[in-house]
Ligand binder design. Sequence first.
Ligand code: EPZ
Length: 417
Amino acid sequence: MSRLLVTGREKLDGEVYVQGAKNSALPLLAATILTKGENIIFNCPELSDVEASLLILRYLGCGVKRSGKTIIVKSDNVSRFDIPDDLMRKTRSSIVFLGAIIARTGKAKLSFPGGCEIGPRPIDLHLKALREMGAIIEEKHGYLECFAPKGLNGAKIVLSFPSVGATEDIIIAACLANGTTTITNAAREPEICDLAEYLNKCGAKIYGAGEGVVVIDGVTALEGTQHTIIPDRIAAATFMACAAVTGSHVTLDGIVSSHLASIIPIFEESGCKIKSGGGRLDIFAPKRLKSMRIVRTMPYPGFPTDAQAPLLAAACTAQGTSIFVENIFENRYRHIGELVRMGANIKTEGKVAVVEGADALYGAAVEATDLRGAAALAVAGLCAEGTTSIGGVQFLERGYEDFEVVLSSLGADIKKI
Ligand code: EPZ
C-alpha cells in the first residue's frame, strides 16, 4: 500500500483550483439513471468514489464515457436493477442508487452498504421514506429486495434527522413518482441544491431545495442535460487548514464563499485573515494560530462534520485550548489517537474532544482509517518537526483529487511512495 511522506515546517504559497464536490457528484451520477438521452456532467472530480459510481452505472446498463473531469452518461438502456455486493462495498454512498433504481425499474436488489470507518451508517430513514412512498422492501440477510411494480407514490415524509443521503434518495425517487412528495426537516446542504438544479434541468419539478421543506411534483419522464458540479467546500476547508498550520498565504480559486460561511469564522477566530469574493478566497495565516475556542458540527448551514478532522488537526499547535463537539457521527475521532502519537495533547469524552495547543508536533509513522482523518494527518504533518509517514492513502484518494500534487505545487515537501 502506498504511503505519504510529509516533511513539515515548509511555508506554502500559491493558488489552488478547488475540485468539484465529491458529495454532489455521487448522488447526481445516481440520478442520471432516471433520464433518457445524454447527460454531460462537467467539473466531476477524479476520485475513487466517483469511479465506483461509474462502475455501478455501467453494470446497470448505462453508457458511460469519461474524459478528465467531464463525464457523459446515457441511461436509455438500463437493463439491471441489482448492485452486486463487491460494487456496493466500494463506497458507502451507493445507497443513494436505491431510490434511483426503484424509480426507474420498479424494483431493486442491493446489499446493505458497508458500515464505514466513522460509524455504522444506518439507512433506516431511507427505507422508512421509500416504504411510505409505496415501496415493498424486504430486508434479508445482508441485502435488500425492493418492489414498486406500479411505481412509487408521492407521500408526506418527515425526517427525524435532516439526513443528507436520505433527502437525496427521496428527492431522486420522488421525481418520477405518482403525485406530490413533501420532505419536512430535509437536509439543506449545497449538494442537495446542486442535485435539485440538475434534476429540474432534466424536467423535474422540485421546489424548496436548500430549505427545510422540499416539494417534488412527480413527472412522467426526465431528459438528460448538461450540468457543472459545484466546488467541494470540504476540500476548500482542508486546503485552508493546510495554509493555517504553516503560517502561509494561499489563494483558493473556483469556490462559493457562501458554502464556507460556517467555516471562515473559525479560521478568523484562530487569527487568520480571510478575503473572499468573485469565486476566490485568500487566507493569510499568523505565525502561530490562536485557539478555535469551540467548534460544534451541525447539519448545514452549521459547521460541517467533514471539516472537523482537518480543523482539529490545525488546532493541535494553536495557542490555547480548542473544544470540538462532533454531533453528527458517533465515531469520528479516530484520527485523534494518531495525532497524539505526533505529540498532540487531546482528550476525548464521547462527542467532545478537548485540544490543548502544543508548542510543536513531531513527525511519526501514523495510519489513517477514514477519508477526512487521512486529511487531518496530512495537515498535522505539514506543521510537524521532521517527517511524518502516513498509511491509508487510499482513503485520501476517495475524496481528494491529486492531494499530494496540489500540496507540493504550493511548496509542501510531500510525496507518495
Ligand atoms: C453525507 O453522508 C456525506 N456523504 C458525508 O460525507 C457527510 O459527512 C454527511 O452527509 C453529513 O454531512 C455523501 O454525501 C456521499 P447523513 P450521509 O445521512 O448521507 C444518521 C465525507 O467524508 N443516519 O446526513 O451518510 C447517520 O448515522 C462523507 O465526504 C441515520 O441514523 O450522512 C449519521 O449519524 C462522510 N439513519 C447522521 O444521520 C439514516 O437512514 C448523518 O448522516 C441515515 C443517516
